[in-house]
Ligand binder design. Structure first.
Ligand code: GLN
Ligand code: ZN
Length: 763
């Protein structure tokens, strides 16, 4: 009576980011297509090899850019604008993924430029997918070639292959109707395509297909629930067994819907929905496979194996061969292998598990279930030791932090006076013109800056030399801003590699991997810092840089910090306390920094919360809880200052409508936001809400190399002034300028300053 082990998906980027480098070389024209294709098949072969102890391995989880875009190609749902491409299908695929300018259009100049598909976040992860596009005329013409090719490779390699596809309802739900059509009207056209695909797989000897339907962990309107029933009634005789995979959360009211579907197996995320395991077993049809995600596919911590066995053994006894076990979700969201991490603190390293280690945990669990715990006594003992060491480590539990938390009281998150009174005091102190101009923080990260940083890290230059190099950059940024005539200056963030990592590196309670890369989109990867323990700030983190910059000018110098919610949302976080508790600790550390900056005479302090909205839970019912503690954390970080000190915050492009009340609640004196591409329409949310404080709507898109004209900026600001009283408006770019060059930044900011002068003159 053995439990079946499997995996929902494996990271495809490669332990050394081989796919990233192969893609980028190919895009630059530095290597032929064959090289890229070979890298792809080598990675697949290696990854199947690393999973071969499992009973079933995923196939089709590999994608050159994005698995959702692969699904669109598999279903033959290509946007009309790329359908008549004459070149290689892979190049067409990259055209949708990345867009293509006219100049590099296509072979023979026949197929011109195209705009890229829209990209958005995959559920509540930091992975971004290419949004499927639909319209009334959408037709599906399945092309299973990619999947079949990978299947043949896997079969040749001798692994038991389980193809993975995105289910029809989720595929429709995460796409966008371009002409406002009802996506569900497409279901009758879509289902035959799926049926054909499944039949093709059956003909190739496939027994099980994993059909991912993560949309089931969100609130579904009745017609979408109904679509599930129609879909799986239609697909039930497709010739393969379907494993319906749900993940990232509990099913709640959708549990009954799921167990009524005619599928052969159901995967539940038993990390986030442990309390639904029992109900699932009770209501699932007799004979239905129950796959439980018992190892967290979203974090980097070792699993407490004995704790899992304590609840899993009775489940196994009940289910017998119907029990499958797997990670909770695809391992796409974790780094590949801990093995290469040589520099990581050995103590912390012993608490971690990346993708390969997580699969080893699955195997230990399966062996314990099959043969008893004694059969894996050594593995369990080692695991127990690591779990206990982490739980009891003094580096995790810091009594001083606990004591500081106890000092937070109802007043900690409140400014002394309401906004109107503060604004008057700040105006008197800062003496800024109407339509004050500023930037969001970073200036170009030049080659010299990167070089100095990498030399310093590698020991090539000493700290004094590094300091001088950074001060020179700060000096340059200040001089340029003065010459431009900006009103509120920044130091330019030359010394920061990344707005989260920079702070993480200086906080106690954070660790950094060397190669812990996770795919964010396409070839882009992030290396989230690891928040492992109670957070404290041993010493000021930014004060020297900011005061140095301030000493070079008479203009106000804006202090620049990353907010607690953003630091939290862009890190791997602890699983031994709620996110809210970690966030509060971060808030206290940032608060100390804010107060130190204020003491050092800094009159304006910006606290970026770029990632506040992206932390929203998948279910709306939980939004209020998240926003409650997130806003409270920001307030504790920001609001300890005197009324005369002006607090700014910044948010990148977001659906502000969803969070406008919370933004107002943060009570920052000024918020700068990304708006320019929306033609200022994003400000409607602020207008409708009667947002009371000051706003700097971004007036030019920093993602584009285009230089905005003064006239265009004036026009945008006039639109802004139709929504927000002019005396509460600031003029600034959309976001930080670190990815741009000085050649782009200088004329753009010159236009911006000139526009502000025109606005002041009222002409
Ligand atoms: N202060 C940061 C910068 O200017 C903000 C970046 C962001 O919002 N993502 O780079
Ligand atoms: Zn931004």
């Amino acid at each position: 009576m053995a439990t079946t082990t499997h995996n929902l998906g494996f990271p495809r980027i490669g332990a050394r980011r081989e796919l990233k480098f192969a893609l980028e070389a190919y895009w630059k024209g530095l290597c032929p297509r064959e090289d890229l294709l070979r890298t792809g098949s080598e990675l697949r072969a290696r990854h199947w090899g690393e999973q071969q102890a499992l009973d079933l391995v995923p196939v089709g989880d590999f994608a050159f850019y994005d698995q959702v875009l692969d699904m669109s190609f598999t279903l033959g749902n290509l946007p009309a604008r790329v359908r008549d491409f004459h070149g290689h299908p892979l190049d067409n695929y990259f055209r949708v993924a990345r867009g293509r300018s006219q100049a590099t259009g296509g072979e023979g100049g026949c197929c011109g430029g195209v705009t890229a598909g829209e990209m958005t976040k995959w559920f509540d992860t930091n992975y971004h997918y290419i949004v499927p596009e639909f319209d009334t005329d959408t037709r599906f013409e399945p092309d299973p070639s990619r999947l079949l090719e990978q299947l043949a490779e896997a079969q040749a390699q001798g692994v038991r292959a389980k193809p993975v596809i995105i289910g029809p309802v989720t595929y429709l739900a995460i796409g966008k109707a371009k002409d406002g059509c009802d996506r569900l009207d497409l279901l009758p056209r879509l289902l035959p395509a799926y049926a054909e695909l499944l039949a093709t797989l059956a003909a190739r000897g496939v027994e099980w297909v994993q059909v991912d339907e993560p949309i089931l962990v969100t609130e579904l309107a009745p017609e979408w629930r109904d679509a599930f029933t129609r879909t799986y009634e239609t697909l039930k005789d497709s010739g393969v067994k379907l494993l319906l995979a749900t993940y990232f959360g509990p099913l709640r009211e959708n549990l009954d819907l799921v167990t009524a579907l005619p599928v052969h197996g159901i995967h539940l995320d038993a990390i986030n929905a442990r309390d639904e395991v029992d109900a699932l077993i009770r209501t699932a049809p007799a004979g239905c496979v129950i796959s439980l995600g018992v190892v967290n596919g979203r974090n980097i911590w070792k699993t407490d194996l004995e704790a899992v066995l304590d609840w899993l053994e009775p489940v196994a006894a009940r289910l017998g061969e119907r029990l499958w076990i797997a990670p909770s979700c695809s391992l796409l969201h974790v780094p590949v292998d801990l093995e290469g991490e040589r520099k990581l603190d050995p103590e912390i390293r012993s608490w971690l598990a990346f993708a390969i280690q997580k699969l080893a945990e699955i195997n230990v669990l399966a062996q314990a279930l099959a043969q008893g715990r004694a059969a894996v006594a050594d593995e369990l003992a080692a695991n127990r030791a690591a779990i206990d060491a982490r739980r009891n480590s003094r580096r995790v539990n810091n009594p001083a932090v606990q004591a500081a938390l106890a000092h937070i009281d109802a007043g900690s998150g409140h400014r002394r006076s309401p906004f109107a009174a503060r604004a008057a005091l700040q105006a008197a102190r800062l003496d800024l013109p109407r339509f004050p101009t500023t930037t969001i923080g970073s200036f170009p990260q030049t080659r010299e800056i990167r070089l100095a940083r990498s030399q310093f890290k590698a020991g090539g230059i000493d700290e004094a030399a590094y300091l001088l190099a950074m001060q020179a950059e700060i000096g340059r940024a200040v001089r340029e801003q003065e010459a431009l005539g900006l009103d509120v200056l920044v130091h330019g963030e030359a010394e920061r590699n990344d707005m989260v990592e920079y702070f993480g590196e200086q906080l106690e309670g954070y660790a950094f991997s060397q190669g812990g890369w996770v795919q964010s989109y396409g070839s882009r990867c992030v290396k989230p810092p690891i928040l492992f323990g109670d957070i404290s700030r041993p010493k000021p983190m930014t004060v020297d840089w900011i005061t140095y910059a301030a000493s070079l000018t008479d203009k106000p110098m804006k202090g620049m910090l990353t907010g607690p919610v953003t630091i939290l949302n862009w890190s791997f976080v602890r699983d031994d306390q709620p996110r809210s508790a970690s966030c509060l600790q971060l808030a206290l550390a940032i608060r100390e920094e804010v107060l130190d900056l204020e003491r050092a005479g800094i009159r304006i302090i910006q606290i970026d919360e770029a990632a506040l909205r992206e932390g929203l839970p998948l279910r709306r019912a939980q939004w209020a809880d998240y926003l409650g503690w997130a806003v409270e954390s920001f307030r504790i970080a920001a609001n300890g200052v005197a009324d005369e000190t002006q607090i700014h915050t910044h948010m990148c492009y977001s659906e502000f409508n969803d969070i406008i009340a919370s933004i107002a609640d943060m009570d920052a004196d000024v918020i700068t936001i990304e708006t320019s591409r929306s033609d200022m329409e994003l400000l409607d949310a602020f207008d409708d809400f009667a947002y009371p404080n000051q706003i700097g709507p971004g007036v030019y898109d920093i993602h584009s190399p285009n230089i905005p004209t003064q006239g265009h900026i004036v026009k945008l600001m006039r639109k802004a002034a139709e929504r927000i009283p002019a005396d509460r408006l600031w003029v600034n770019p959309d976001c930080g300028l670190k990815t741009r060059t000085w050649e782009e930044v200088l004329p753009a900011l010159a236009s911006m300053v000139a526009a502000a002068r025109t606005l002041r003159a009222g002409v």
